[in-house]
Design a protein around this ligand. Structure first.
Ligand code: NDP
Length: 294
């Protein structure tokens, strides 16, 4: 029975792996939160990998506070670069396959066509810079590692745009949302399923960077409108420009990912983003039905 280790088990993606583990009892799972494995502690990574000997490790642990990272570069670096590298080194030492996650924020977002893995990177903020350095550090330690760049991740768990919109839609009569940042939302549960398919594929599939997001394209405004429409929320939505909603970290204006490589290599079928939104809203039924004003 294959042994699967997941780090960052209390985050959005980690929680989705916990659900996936229930559906896949044919695999032996160990899903650890930060208290059980702090990836910033190299000896802890080494000890867990050596002790448990997983076949596959999904690194869902990350410093994801994008705006906070602007004033806490050392903190973001410690997890997203050093931690990722330490985990990769521990995987290399025990022959474990690693799948690590990165972000659309490694791109500047100046293109207006879907971004390929080989396109120029130019992160606009500290978070993106640490995630890019993390990719490089992981591949340096373990060239066979799979790196998945994803975007606009949401789920029924933790802090994310969908859950924020549901809460704000309940609280406010009117909401302003930016419409000049365009990308593709990604449901974390589908990302977990796709990740497992990748990691269990023949090793010949090869390490390197793969882009993954849901199909289709929208702005944050469109995303919010779809959430409200599907959840029956009638809050008035007003489109605004990013300049009207300044944040400490700059976001890419265009972060639609080209997924040809991941689809062709692993035979993945990727759903449209609206399909993911509908499913996650159904998972949150008690919350979304409270929101319904019908
Ligand atoms: P979350 O922030 O929901 O989860 C990250 C988890 O990592 C948290 O539980 C966090 O714990 C934990 N963590 C932080 N530091 C450490 C550490 N030193 N050791 C162990 N665990 C730690 O992130 P997501 O699930 O949304 O993201 C998963 C991956 O996808 C990340 O690599 C992220 O960069 C990437 N990604 C996410 C996007 C998004 O929109 N969310 C978009 C693109 C990429 P704690 O809460 O205690 O800090």
């Amino acid at each position: 029975m294959k042994r699967i280790l997941v780090t960052g088990g209390d985050g959005q993606l980690g929680q989705c792996f916990r659900q996936l583990a229930l559906a896949r009892p044919d695999l032996r799972w160990k899903i650890v939160g930060r208290t059980e494995l702090d990836i910033a502690r190299p000896e802890a990574c080494r000890a867990l990998l050596a002790d448990w000997q997983p076949d596959v490790c999904f690194n869902a642990a990350a410093y994801t506070a994008v705006d906070k990272a602007e004033s806490d570069e050392a903190g973001a670096w410690q997890v997203n670069v050093d931690g990722a590298a330490q985990l990769a080194a521990a995987c290399a030492a025990t022959g474990c396959r690693l799948l690590h996650y990165s972000t659309d924020y490694v791109y500047a977002g100046h293109y207006n066509r879907p971004l390929r893995e080989t396109d120029e990177t130019d992160p606009q903020g500290v978070y993106g810079a640490t995630k890019l350095a993390g990719e490089q550090a992981v591949l340096q330690q373990l060239p066979s590692a799979l790196i998945v760049r994803t975007s606009w991740v949401y789920s029924a768990y933790g802090h994310n745009f969908l859950r924020s919109m549901l809460r704000l839609g309940r609280e406010r009569a009117q909401l302003r949302v930016v419409f000049d940042q365009v990308g593709s939302p990604t449901a974390a549960d589908d990302l977990a399923v796709a990740s497992l398919q990748m990691a269990l594929a023949p090793v010949a599939a090869g390490g390197g960077i793969y882009n993954y997001s849901h199909e289709g394209v929208c702005s944050w405004y469109d995303f919010a409108a779809a959430i409200f429409e599907m959840a029956g929320i009638r809050t008035e939505l007003l489109p605004i420009e990013s300049a009207d909603f300044p944040t400490p970290a700059r976001r890419p204006n265009f972060s639609v990912l080209n997924k040809t490589k991941i689809k062709e290599t692993f035979g993945l079928q990727i759903p449209h983003w609206r399909t993911g939104v509908r499913r996650v809203l159904n998972q949150l039924e008690p919350v979304s039905s409270n929101n319904s004003q019908t």
